[in-house]
Design a protein around this ligand. Structure first.
Ligand code: TYC
Length: 136
């Protein structure tokens, strides 16, 4: 469901500014968007603003090491990050050759859960594989 916020107010003030409250309320909403005006018979204006806050996104990265088997990394990428076999192989080889590679970009709690799943699985299998997240 789309959340709607309404801001009532006069359309001008003593300093000649229009809808100052509305502009303030928009601060931090970088996406902007389609904002509508509804004029009432009373002469007041209602601004309707869909809530379009984006979640904080985090990049999940795999780090290379010399000991974790390539096949284990490929399986982790398939299981935890839902990659196809081909895509998992591509990412694993990128990490193997470049030292670090991206598994995906997710909202904080999703990223955290994926990092935990990778680290738990690596520990359980006694591999030194490292998985980290960084703010996008
Ligand atoms: N470098 C490892 C090897 O040669 C393979 C590997 C790839 C390990 C990616 C970790 O994130 C990793 N067995």
């Amino acid at each position: 469901m789309t959340k709607i916020s309404r801001m009532h107010g006069a359309t001008g003030d003593s300093e000649g500014r229009r809808d100052a409250g509305f502009r303030l309320a928009r601060d931090g909403n970088q996406r902007g968007g389609a904002d509508g005006d509804t004029r009432h018979e009373s002469g007041t204006t209602t601004k309707v603003r869909p809530q379009t806050k984006r979640p904080n996104l985090y990049r999940v990265l795999l780090l290379n090491d010399d000991y974790t088997p390539m096949e284990f990394v490929v399986l982790v990428l398939q299981d935890v990050f839902n990659k196809s076999r081909d895509e998992a192989m591509k990412i694993m080889l990128h990490v193997h050759n470049q030292g670090v590679g991206e598994c995906g970009i997710f909202p904080f709690e999703v990223a955290e859960t994926k990092v935990t799943r990778v680290m738990d699985s690596a520990r359980k299998n006694q591999h030194p594989l490292q998985c980290v997240m960084e703010k996008e």
